[in-house]
Design a protein around this ligand. Structure first.
Ligand code: PLP
Length: 248
């Protein structure tokens, strides 16, 4: 079994963040270990509170996980503040010789509009991106980060560059090649946690040694199915069904 190390924030309603990451790993048959950066009090309509862990605590979580487990891919989500980003940067630098695939989802703002990154942490987030095998910003995050797609800091998948009955994502590779990925999207309003789940699905595929382009295509299909088979709940924004991500 492949082990995925997730560094991300907790979403109390269970649709995004670490909870979405764990559900995605389970669906892909991967084991998930989690280093939590922040605890959010949120539901699909908004975030009412965020409590960040200390950098010292995050370092300790990473040490305890990696003392025991071999890691086959790393997924990084909400990092929230510059102190935590710095800590993760130093850790990524230390493990860089191991050549483990690292996916960074540069989380800035939730779809509900809530800020998931402190304003003064933007530069630190920009500086951590070159450590990634792939980054997966949505189109708004790509603008906030002022990403240069002609000369990207690393392989860059910009999500939701076009959405109606199909959802298109654009991949800008470091070697200058550009590719696009599209899937039919039956329920575009169901998307809380779709981005978190997508990047984790790519991490699972890369842990299983899939080529980057195949990994993205398979992960995208999984998310489209999980959206199509979404739970019917009382939530204003309905939630993905990770258990049915492989059902057509
Ligand atoms: N909450 C946490 C902890 C997250 O990491 C993310 C990731 O983007 C979100 C919320 C955002 O969820 P969404 O924008 O999909 O609603």
């Amino acid at each position: 079994m492949k082990n995925i190390l997730i560094i991300a924030g907790s979403d109390s309603v269970g649709g995004a963040g670490v909870q979405a990451d764990i559900k995605t790993c389970e669906a892909f048959g991967c084991y998930s270990a989690t280093a939590i950066t922040a605890i959010t009090a949120q539901n699909t309509n908004g975030v009412s509170d965020v409590l960040a862990v200390s950098a010292q605590n995050l370092d300790a979580q990473l040490k305890m996980i990696t003392d025991e487990l071999d890691i086959h891919a790393v997924k990084i989500g909400m990092l929230f503040n510059a102190e935590l980003i710095k800590s993760v940067s130093l850790w990524l630098k230390r493990i860089s010789d191991l050549r483990i695939p690292v996916i960074i989802d540069p989380v800035c703002v939730a779809k509900s509009g809530a800020k998931l990154l402190r304003d003064d942490a933007l530069q630190a987030l920009r500086e951590i991106l070159p450590y990634a095998t792939l980054i997966t910003p949505n189109i708004d995050e790509a603008k906030i980060l002022e990403l240069d797609t002609l000369n990207p800091p690393c392989n860059t998948l910009i999500k939701r560059t076009h959405v109606d009955e199909v959802c298109v994502d654009m991949l800008y590779l470091k070697n200058g090649k550009t590719l696009n990925f599209s899937e039919n999207l039956q329920k575009p309003h169901i998307m809380h946690g779709a981005g978190c789940s997508f990047s984790t699905a790519i991490a699972c595929e890369l842990a299983n040694q899939r080529q980057l382009e195949v990994a993205i295509q398979n992960a995208k299909k999984f998310i489209a199915n999980a959206i199509k088979n979404a739970y019917s709940t009382d939530f204003g924004v309905r939630l993905l069904n990770h258990k049915k991500g492989f059902d057509e």
